[in-house]
Write a protein that binds this ligand. Structure first.
Ligand SMILES: NC(=O)c1ccc[n+]([C@@H]2O[C@H](COP(=O)([O-])OP(=O)(O)OC[C@H]3O[C@@H](n4cnc5c(N)ncnc54)[C@H](O)[C@@H]3O)[C@@H](O)[C@H]2O)c1
Length: 432
C-alpha cells in the first residue's frame, strides 16, 4: 500500500558544499518561478503507459504521488559554519544575481555541527565539528539532531542524501560485517568506521531513508544493508552519475549494440572546486577511481565478447586545476575497431558543470526515496541505480550500468507501484 505524501518532507544533507547548495538554491528558485528543474526526471520526465497506440504519456509527477517542491524543507551538517547563501557564494556555481534573489531563504538554512575526522578527508580543516568520546556518542548526537530538526520544522517525513566530501579508500572488513560488530566498533572507535558510515547508521536507526552521493562505502557494508532491511528503511548509493561517467554509460551501450570493438578508453578531467581539491589526495582519489572504473566491464561483458573487449585498456584521471572552479572539462579518447579490425577514434570533450548536473539527482533521490519509504520498500533500492556511478546491488548480484536499462528499471518500478502493466520492450520503444 502506497501512503499519500502528507505534510512536509525534510531533506537532510550531510555536506553542504557545491552540490547541496546548488540543489537547495535550485529548488527555491523553481518554487519562486524563476527557473525550471531541468535534469530532473521526477519533475520533467514522462512515462509511457499501456500500448504505444494508447498515447498515454503523463509526466512522472502527475502519474504517481510524489512529495512536492513546495513541501520540502532543508537542513544538514557541515564542518564550516557558513549558511547556505554564503556556502553557495563560496562554491561559485550559481550567478550572484540569482543568489541575491534567493538570499533571504538561503541565509536561514544553517548547517548543524558535523561528525568529522581529518583522517578521512586529508585536505579539509574545519571548526564546526561535534565533540564526542566515541563514535557511538557521535551517532547518538546525530540522531538527536534528526529528532530536533523534524520537530522544529514540523516535518512529516525525512530523507538524507550524503553530499559530503569523498573519504579515503576503505575496504570492507570485519567490523563492517554484522550490526553487532559495527556497534561494537562504534563504541571502540574502530578506524575502519568513517564519518559517512556514522551518518548512515544514525539515519537508518531513525527510519530515515539514506542515499550516498559519494563513492566512499558509507551504507554499502553488510551491517548497514542488513539493518536497513530489518528496519525496512530504503537505502541506495554510490556516487552520483554526472559528467564523464554519464557520457560513458550513454556511449558504451551504443557501441556494444553495434558490435564495435573497443581497445582503449582514456578519460581525464580537470576541475577546480573543493571536490577537486579533496580528490587531489591519492587516498581520496583511489575511492573515486574504483567507483569510475567498474562501469565499462559490466556494460561490455568482455567474458562474453572476448574478440571485441578482452584487451580493453581503461584509464581514468582527475586533475585539480583551480582556474576552472566547478566548470569541469572531461576528455575521453576512445579507440574503437570496426569491420575487418580497422581502427577508428572517438574524442569527447564535455565542458560540463559538475554541480549543475548533480543537483537534479539529489532532488530525484530525495523524492524517490520518500516514495520508496511510503511504499514500505526497505533495503537497497536497485531501481535507483539510474543515479549512480557504482550502484549498490544485492549480495552477489552485479549492478546494472547501462543508463537505458537503469531507466527501464526505474520506470517499471513506478508502473508496478501504480498497478500499470510493465513495459518489456518486446516492441521497439527502448527509450520510453
Ligand atoms: N558534483 C558532481 O558532479 C558529483 C558527482 C559525483 C559525486 N560527487 C560527490 O558529491 C560530494 C559533494 O561534492 P561537492 O562538489 O558538493 O563537494 P564540496 O567540497 O563542494 O562539498 C562537500 C562538503 O562536505 C563537507 N564535509 C566533508 N566531510 C563532512 C562530514 N563528515 N560531515 C559534514 N560535512 C562534511 C565539506 O566541508 C564540504 O562543504 C563529493 O563527495 C563528490 O565527490 C559529486
Amino acid at each position: 500500500m502506497l501512503k499519500k505524501p502528507k505534510g512536509k518532507l525534510g531533506v537532510l544533507l550531510p555536506g553542504m558544499g557545491a552540490v547541496a547548495t546548488t540543489f537547495i538554491a535550485g529548488v527555491v528558485a523553481v518554487r519562486k518561478g524563476l527557473s525550471q528543474p531541468i535534469g530532473s526526471l521526477s519533475q520533467m520526465g514522462t512515462i509511457r503507459l499501456g500500448k504505444r497506440t494508447e498515447k498515454r504519456n503523463p509526466k512522472v509527477k502527475d502519474f504517481i504521488q510524489l512529495a512536492q517542491l513546495k513541501d520540502m524543507v532543508f537542513g544538514g551538517w557541515d564542518i564550516f559554519e557558513d549558511n547556505v547563501y554564503e556556502a553557495a557564494v563560496h562554491a561559485g556555481v550559481l550567478e550572484k544575481e540569482l543568489l541575491t534573489k534567493l538570499k533571504r531563504d538561503l541565509t536561514k538554512i544553517k548547517p548543524m555541527k558535523a561528525v568529522f575526522d581529518k583522517k578521512y578527508v586529508k585536505k579539509l580543516d574545519g571548526t564546526h565539528i561535534k565533540k564526542g568520546r566515541t563514535k557511538m556518542a557521535l551517532a547518538k548526537a546525530l540522531m538527536n539532531d534528526i529528532d530536533t530538526f523534524k520537530k522544529e520544522n514540523k516535518c512529516d517525513r525525512l530523507v538524507m542524501v550524503w553530499c559530503g566530501s569523498t573519504e579515503i579508500y576503505i575496504k570492507e572488513s570485519k567490523v563492517h560485517k554484522t550490526i553487532e560488530s559495527f556497534e561494537e566498533g562504534l563504541k571502540n572507535n574502530d578506524p575502519n568506521i568513517a564519518p559517512s558510515m556514522i551518518y548512515a547508521y544514525a539515519a537508518i536507526k531513525k527510519g530515515v531513508p539514506y542515499a550516498n552521493g559519494a563513492p566512499n562505502l558509507s551504507c554499502d557494508i553488510p551491517a548497514l544493508v542488513n539493518l536497513a532491511k530489518e528496519l525496512n528503511v530504503p537505502i541506495c548509493g554510490k556516487d552520483f552519475k554526472t559528467g564523464q561517467t554519464l557520457m560513458k554509460t550513454i556511449l558504451a551501450p551504443g557501441l556494444k549494440a553495434r558490435s564495435l570493438g573497443i581497445e582503449g578508453w582514456f578519460s581525464t578531467n580537470i576541475l577546480g572546486n573543493r571536490d577537486g581539491e579533496v580528490l587531489d589526495d591519492p587516498d581520496n582519489f583511489k575511492t573515486k577511481e574504483v567507483s569510475k572504473l567498474g562501469v565499462l566491464e559490466e556494460i561490455l561483458e568482455p567474458d562474453k565478447h572476448p574478440e571485441l573487449y578482452k584487451n580493453l585498456y581503461h584509464k581514468v584521471r582527475i586533475n585539480y586545476y583551480p582556474p576552472r572552479g566547478d566548470a569541469k572539462e572531461g576528455w575521453d579518447n576512445i579507440d574503437i575497431r570496426g569491420w575487418l579490425d580497422y581502427p577508428m577514434q572517438i574524442k569527447v570533450d564535455f565542458l560540463c558543470r559538475d554541480s549543475i548536473l548533480a543537483a537534479p539527482l539529489v532532488l530525484d533521490l530525495a523524492i524517490f526515496l520518500d516514495l520508496a519509504s511510503r511504499a514500505e520498500m526497505g533495503g537497497i533500492q536497485e531501481w535507483l541505480s539510474f543515479y549512480f556511478k557504482s550502484p549498490q546491488a544485492g549480495k552477489g548480484i552485479p549492478p546494472f550500468h547501462d543508463i537505458f536499462v537503469q531507466m527501464m528499471k526505474l520506470k517499471n518500478t513506478l508502473r508496478h507501484l501504480q498497478g500499470e502493466d510493465l513495459i518489456t520492450h518486446l516492441g521497439l520503444d527502448y527509450y520510453d
